[in-house]
Each structure stands twice: as C-alpha cells, then as structure tokens.
Design a protein around this ligand. Structure first.
Ligand SMILES: Nc1ncnc2c1ncn2[C@@H]1O[C@H](COP(=O)(O)OP(=O)(O)OP(=O)(O)O)[C@@H](O)[C@H]1O
Ligand SMILES: [Mg+2]
Length: 190
C-alpha cells in the first residue's frame, strides 16, 4: 500500500463528509497537526488529555487504546481519531483492508464507512464481550480463517474483538493486520 507522509494511502479517499460537521473535521486536522509535534515518549494519558482538549468534540468518548481515541457518534457508528503516528497508519490500514480484502474475511472485520487523514468512522459493535472459553475458541478459529485467506492478523486478541447484531465475532481493531509482507506495519517488527 502506498502511504504519503501523513500515513494516508494515496488515492484512498473515502470521506464523504456525511457524518461529521466541517468544524469537527477542522478540529481533527488541528489535532493531527499538533500531534506530530508531541514527543514520542509521551504517555497515552498525556496525549489523551491534549487530544480531547484540542478536539473538543461533543460526543461521548467510549474507549481508547494506545494509538486511538474512540467516540460514539450516537447513530450506530463510532469515530476513531489517531493519538500517534501508529494510530494514523492503523486508520489508513483499516480503510485499505476493508476496501481491498477478500469477501470471505470481510464479514469478520468491522465495516468502515468513512475515512480521512487521522480519522475513521466504523460501525459501532457490542464490546461487552463475555470472555468465555467459547470466545477464546472463536478467536483462534478467526485467526485461522484470516491466515487461510492470506491476511496476517497481527495483534488479534480478545480486547480487539466485539460482536455484531447477529452475534458474530468481528475484529474492531485490525489496524496492524496486513495482506502484504511489504506493508509499513512490518517496519515495527522486522
Ligand atoms: N467498532 C467499535 N465499536 C465499539 N467500540 C469500539 C469500536 N472500535 C473501538 N472501540 C472501543 O475503543 C477501544 C479502542 O479502540 P482500538 O482498539 O481500535 O484502539 P487502538 O488505540 O488502536 O488500540 P491499541 O492499544 O490496541 O493499539 C476498544 O477497545 C473498544 O472499547
Ligand atoms: Mg486495540
């Protein structure tokens, strides 16, 4: 996949701007510009404080990881904003994977509806995972399915899956998955 300096895939422009207001997109752009100036060793908590202040979004924050902050758009969709360079690449990677993966695996990854530099909008999934033994077995089965269809599911773990309305296990964080051994994701591993 071709990425420009901001980690955005060239030619991949899905943003129809339908769900976010122009001023919200502007706030995200301001944060992304500031984010680059933040120190690499800054903690996630420090970045979160800085991000939420600059973003000043009126949506409920429903989660975060090390690399992205997640807001509930309250319309069945969630917004993920990058907190780091890895978050930028993860957003671009998810948009790329969702649009280019094989049909056989698409039903196991959370659908992406909009994407632009630094942010992505995905369907909201049920994250009240029960962590039952059965879920761990499903996770292993899922891992085998991805591998079978040529996708390497890096960082696939129970915290990165949720359930669809049909109670199907789906991956909500596939930002480090890859279909390509030359992917920028491998910069961190090789
Ligand atoms: N599609 C979704 N539906 C509902 N909640 C979500 C969704 N995507 C993410 N979340 C919530 O936000 C949290 C963080 O999202 P995500 O794992 O994508 O962030 P991340 O920063 O990439 O994570 P990591 O620390 O693994 O890099 C999730 O653990 C989950 O609670
Ligand atoms: Mg995660």
């Amino acid at each position: 996949m071709l990425l420009n300096n901001s980690g955005k895939e060239k030619g991949l422009q899905m943003n129809k701007g339908s769900m976010l207001r122009p001023e919200e997109i502007q706030a995200i752009d301001s944060w992304v510009a500031k984010m680059g100036k933040h120190h690499f060793f800054e903690t996630t908590a420090q970045r979160m404080t800085s991000a939420t202040k600059t973003l000043n979004l009126q949506y409920e924050m429903i989660g975060h990881g090390y690399n992205r902050i997640v807001y509930d758009l309250d319309n069945g969709y969630i917004l993920k904003v990058a907190l780091s360079e890895i978050g930028m690449v993860a957003n671009a990677n998810e948009a790329h994977i969702y649009n280019n993966c094989r049909e056989e695996v698409r039903k196991y990854i959370c659908p992406v509806s909009e994407y632009d530099s630094g942010w992505i909008i995905m369907k909201k999934m049920d994250t009240s995972v029960r962590h039952a033994v059965l879920d761990y077995m499903k996770l292993i089965k899922l891992e085998i399915i991805f591998l079978k269809y040529g996708m390497i599911p890096i960082d696939l773990r129970i915290a990165n899956v949720a359930f669809s309305e049909e109670q199907e296990m789906v991956v909500i964080d596939y930002g480090l998955f890859t279909m390509d051994l030359k992917s920028p994701v491998f910069r961190w591993f090789i």
